[in-house]
Design a protein around this ligand. Sequence first.
Ligand SMILES: NC(=O)c1ccc[n+]([C@@H]2O[C@H](COP(=O)([O-])OP(=O)(O)OC[C@H]3O[C@@H](n4cnc5c(N)ncnc54)[C@H](OP(=O)(O)O)[C@@H]3O)[C@@H](O)[C@H]2O)c1
Length: 247
Amino acid sequence: MQISGRTVVIPGATSGIGRALAVALHDAGATVIAGGRRQALLDELAAEHPGIGTVVVDVADPASITAAAADVIERFPATDTLITMAGFSEPEDLTSGDFVDASARMVTTNILGTVRLIGAFTEHLAQVGSGSIVTVSSGLAFTPLAPMPTYSATKAFVHSFTDSMRLQLRDSGVRVREIIPPAVQTEFAPGQSTAEWAMPLDEFVAETMELLAKDDDELVVDHARALRDSEVNGNRAELMDQLTHLG
Ligand SMILES: NC(=O)c1ccc[n+]([C@@H]2O[C@H](COP(=O)([O-])OP(=O)(O)OC[C@H]3O[C@@H](n4cnc5c(N)ncnc54)[C@H](OP(=O)(O)O)[C@@H]3O)[C@@H](O)[C@H]2O)c1
């Protein structure tokens, strides 16, 4: 994919992977519209990187997605790429029923948020020609982390949905790709931004930018390969056990 000249909207770019990728894409010559709930962080990003556009959006709120998509398409009609970055996790203890509310929150943001964003942008992306949708799953979609069961399952949903979407949109001209990150040093979970078991953010983004410039359906950095392929490699259960004892 040619990055320079693209117009990329990234709901979930106020921090972490989304923010770093937004800056990298901007530096590579793309027009970037960063999204998220935290207006102050969007303002800071736009001030630090003149030219980056912003949109406030809460992907857990269908009306917010509808309004944000209309706003982006009106202000940036050349928008040709959607990266569905917004997502979060909460730990869950399945030994009592207390986990159910957390589970519902993750389903709302990670699954319905992704689906609703895709629903809000797909027709526009098909109209502009050479449109692109890039979803964000996780190595945990393929090798679940037992303390985060719903989170891992939401990412398995994103992977499966992405595969079907790729086939359905084959004749629409919209290219469908999936970023499959390993653990990356962000504020995603407490202590993760400095954890040795997580990949440095700048390295992850540099490798992902190289993969974006190529043409693979799945963007899998080297650090994510073991999680992505554990089922094929026959060590999924062993890896799940190891992950449970990390951190
Ligand atoms: N870091 C990892 O180890 C890792 C591994 C695999 C996959 N991922 C995935 O990568 C993506 C980015 O995670 P990260 O590590 O960069 O974590 P992060 O620093 O916590 O960033 C999460 C981003 O998602 C946004 N977001 C969350 N809920 C939202 C909502 N309801 N509406 C709009 N935006 C929302 C946040 O913006 P606001 O709070 O401002 O709304 C923020 O910009 C997530 O989908 C995550 O599941 C991360």
